[in-house]
Write a protein that binds this ligand. Structure first.
Ligand code: HEC
Length: 269
C-alpha cells in the first residue's frame, strides 16, 4: 500500500512538477538590513546610496509621489544633518544638500502671470517629479504596464525590502515551459514568474560616492533600504518611543508596588 502511494506521489511530481514550477514564487532571500529588530536604525550612507540608485535608474520609470525633497533631510533620512534641525531653529528646508538636490531637478509649474506651463528649478518643498504625465503615457512607454509608484512599495508587498532586493536580482532564463513575449522577462521572485520590467540594474551602473563597490547586489539592497525608508520614515522615532514607554512602565510598576506596600504596611492579612 505504502509503496503504491509513494509511486503515485512520484508520478504526480513528475507530471505536475514542471507545471508547478511555472507558478511557484520563490521566497525572497534574507538580507541582514540594519533597520531590523527592536533597536534597528537606518544606515544613513546606505540610504544615500539607495537614493542615488532610485534617482539615476528607477526614477526614469517609477514615480515617488509621496516624497518631497525636504524629507531627505528629515531626522532618520538620507541627508539629515543635525546642523539643520529643530534644535538649531532650522528645518530640512535649510539643508544645503537638500536645496541643491531640489534645484538640480526641473519641476513642471504654471507661470503665475500668464498661466503658461513652465519648467522651473525645484525647491525643498517640491515632491519628486513623476516620469510620466499620466497613466496612459506610463503604459504607452512600458509595453502596456504602468510602473507602479514606489513610495509605499516596501510596505505593499509581502517580504518588503527583502522582496524588492530579491526581485531586482532575480532575473534569469525562463523556467521550463514558460514562453516570453517581447517585453516580458523571467523573474523567479515575481508572482507568475513573468514581469514587464527589464532588469534595471547592472554592475557599476551607479557609482557610489562613498567608494562602495557597485555590484548589482549592493545596488539592489541599497535601493530596497531606501524604499523601506520612504515607506516608513518615522520607524526610528517609533522604536525609540516604544523603548521609552517600556522604561516608563517598568518604573511606574515599581512605584505602584512601593505605594501598595506603604498603604497596607500596618494591616495584617
Ligand atoms: C524601464 C522602466 C523601468 C525601470 C528603469 C524600473 N522599473 Fe520597476 N517596473 C517597471 C514596470 C513596467 C513594472 C510593472 C511590471 C509588471 O507588472 O509586470 C515595474 C514593476 C516594479 C515593481 C513591482 C513588482 C511587483 O511586485 O508588482 C517594483 C518593486 C519595481 N518595479 C522596482 C524598481 C526599482 C527599485 C527600480 C530601480 C532599480 C526599477 N523598478 C526600475 C518598469 C521599470
Amino acid at each position: 500500500m505504502l509503496r503504491k502511494v509513494t509511486l503515485l506521489a512520484a508520478a504526480l511530481l513528475l507530471v505536475g512538477g514542471p507545471a508547478l514550477a511555472n507558478t511557484k514564487v520563490r521566497e525572497p532571500e534574507p538580507v541582514a538590513f540594519s533597520f531590523e529588530g527592536p533597536f534597528g536604525r537606518y544606515d544613513q550612507t546606505q540610504l544615500q546610496r539607495g537614493f542615488k540608485v532610485y534617482r539615476e535608474v528607477c526614477s526614469a520609470c517609477h514615480s515617488m509621489n509621496l516624497v518631497a525633497f525636504r524629507n531627505l533631510g528629515d531626522p532618520g533620512g538620507p541627508f539629515f544633518n543635525p546642523e539643520y534641525s529643530a534644535a538649531k531653529g532650522l528645518t530640512s528646508n535649510d539643508n544645503p544638500v537638500v536645496k541643491a538636490l531640489a534645484a538640480d531637478t526641473q519641476i513642471a509649474d504654471l507661470d503665475s502671470e500668464t498661466g503658461d506651463a513652465v519648467q522651473r528649478p525645484g525647491i525643498p518643498a517640491d515632491r519628486f517629479p513623476a516620469p510620466f504625465p499620466n497613466v496612459i503615457a506610463a503604459k504607452a512607454s512600458n509595453g502596456g504596464l504602468a510602473p507602479p509608484d514606489l513610495s509605499l512599495m516596501a510596505k505593499a508587498r509581502e517580504g518588503g525590502p527583502e522582496y524588492i532586493a530579491s526581485l531586482l536580482q532575480g532575473y534569469g532564463p525562463p523556467a521550463h515551459g514558460v514562453t516570453l513575449s517581447p517585453g516580458q522577462h523571467y523573474n523567479a521572485y515575481f508572482v507568475g514568474g513573468v514581469i514587464g520590467m527589464a532588469p534595471p540594474l547592472a554592475a557599476d551602473k551607479v557609482s557610489f560616492d562613498d567608494g562602495t563597490k557597485s555590484t548589482v547586489r549592493q545596488q539592489a539592497e541599497d535601493v530596497a533600504a531606501f524604499l523601506m525608508w520612504t515607506a516608513d520614515p518615522h520607524m526610528e522615532a517609533r522604536k525609540q518611543m516604544g523603548f521609552s514607554v517600556l522604561i516608563f512602565l517598568v518604573l511606574f510598576s515599581g512605584l505602584l508596588y512601593a505605594s501598595y506596600r506603604r498603604v497596607w504596611r500596618n494591616e495584617s492579612h
